[in-house]
Design a protein around this ligand. Structure first.
Ligand code: PMP
Length: 440
């Protein structure tokens, strides 16, 4: 993009999305190839499992029975019935009791839409936002779009963000910390003990800030993979009570904005619905931002979400997550025994974050600088480079992510089996004849 054409500096600073547009790029690469030669796409993070038909039916019934509501203006915070449904789900899932009138807002644009209004509501130019990495790559760019500054902090898969790392990066300019229950791409699931330690650091910091009349630091707790945390579900951040150095207790609820949506839980990415639960004053601010940005979420997207979040659909969410996990195990099995691969079983989610660094010298010999390039060319499997999840961060630990890939295991068992076979074959060929043929 040409600066002289007047495109804003904040947009000029953004990175292109690696995932959006992949399908078209791969279609181009696949053109004219036989089916068994086509690239297997394990990049974008969606499940192949179809969306439950009860959700479709609810939308079809709505279109037929409520044409007057379908195309009409709707409340900025979302339909009242949906906010009540969200409150009931938050209570079932996390034991939280949010007031549907004041503490919940539904947003268009998926979870990204909810993050957008949270950022609009809370960030001023120059504010710092702590973003542990590797992590979902859009946070830093979204923060920059608000004139604020992402502060990326390396958070290894095992430990995630540690209390010391958090303490070491908090400044007078920090406004927000991004956390979540299950991290994309590493699958790190924070335990209640880990989250409570982080909460203690924040509570102490906030007590100092508020004592001198400064605003607190908020946690945006981003949970799109909440259904994919199958075991040892931790307490949600807003439910935590931190212990202060003076022995006092501090609830994290006034400092926590929780965002999530039905996309990854029910296969509803295209509906583009997200929702946010938080303190009433912050939710009021998000509503003010939303009415000036996008008004409200589409009526039929809200109806679909309402159908998805009914109690009888909890089992659907669990079954989808179990299926994804089973497919992840298929891939884990295929790669676990491949030569020189370091594969860790993730605690949650349906991504494998696989380290190919032991092969880096060999695939560099074939002209591939990164593991994802090697897998695309030599195994014909599309993945996402680990480096993409630490965009903007620097240092040797970040450079090492060139040799790590995220593999989406939300696809069908047969595709994953073929992909696993292709990756193993490419690695075996690399081990035995590093400068050999690049054909499968
Ligand atoms: N947060 C995280 C951690 C994500 O991984 C994603 C999507 N991959 C989002 C937010 C955005 O979700 P949505 O597509 O609903 O906007």
């Amino acid at each position: 993009m040409d600066r002289n054409r007047g495109v804003s500096d904040s947009v000029l600073s953004l990175h292109d999305s690696v995932t959006h547009g992949t399908a078209a790029r791969l279609a181009e690469l696949n053109r004219g190839l036989a089916e068994d030669e086509q690239i297997i796409d394990l990049s974008i993070g969606a499940l192949d499992a179809t969306t439950d038909e009860r959700i479709d039916r609810a939308v079809a019934d709505f279109v037929q029975s409520k044409p007057d509501v379908l195309h009409a203006f709707a409340p900025v915070r979302g339909f009242t019935f949906l906010r009540h449904t969200i409150a009931a789900r938050a209570s079932r899932l996390d034991g939280m009791d949010y007031d549907p009138e004041t503490e919940i807002i539904v947003s268009p644009g998926g979870v990204k839409g909810s993050l957008t209004i949270a950022f609009h509501a809370l960030l001023n130019p120059g504010d710092q936002v702590i973003v542990p990495v590797p992590n979902w790559p859009h946070y830093p760019d979204m923060v920059r779009l608000h004139g604020a500054m992402p502060v990326t902090v390396m958070a290894p898969t095992e430990s995630g963000l540690t209390p010391d790392a958090l303490r070491g990066h908090l400044t007078d300019h920090t406004k927000m910390v991004i956390l979540g229950d299950c991290i994309n791409p590493t699958g790190k699931v924070y335990t209640t003990a880990e989250l409570t330690e982080l909460a203690a650091v924040l509570a102490e910091h906030n007590a100092r800030r508020e004592a001198v009349g400064h605003s607190p630091v908020y946690v945006v707790f981003d949970c799109p993979y909440e259904a994919h945390v199958l075991h040892n579900r931790a307490q949600t951040f807003a439910a935590l009570e931190a212990v202060l150095p003076n022995g006092g207790r501090c609830s994290m609820r006034p400092y926590t904005v929780t965002v999530t949506g039905p996309g990854k839980t029910y296969g509803m990415h295209g509906d583009r619905i997200g929702y946010l639960c938080g303190p009433a004053d912050v939710v009021k601010a998000t509503a003010l931002a939303q009415v000036n940005l996008t008004s409200f979420a589409s009526t039929y997207g809200q109806v679909a979400t309402n159908a998805a979040l009914q109690p009888e659909m909890d089992e659907v969410a669990t079954q989808r997550a179990l299926m994804a996990r089973m497919n992840l195990e298929t891939m884990f099995g295929a790669l676990g025994s491949a030569p020189g691969l370091s594969v860790r079983r993730p605690q949650g989610g349906y991504f494998l974050f696989v380290d190919l660094s032991a092969h880096a010298d060999s695939y560099r010999g074939l002209g591939h600088d990164r593991a994802d390039q090697f897998l695309l060319a030599e195994a014909r499997v599309a993945t996402i480079s680990g480096r993409h999840f630490a965009e903007g961060a620097v240092g040797p630990a970040v450079e090492a992510l060139d040799h790590v890939v995220r593999i989406n295991c939300g696809r069908t068992t047969s595709l994953l089996t073929s992909a696993g076979h292709r990756i193993r074959t490419a690695l075996e060929r690399l081990s035995c004849c590093p400068r050999g043929s690049t054909k499968l």
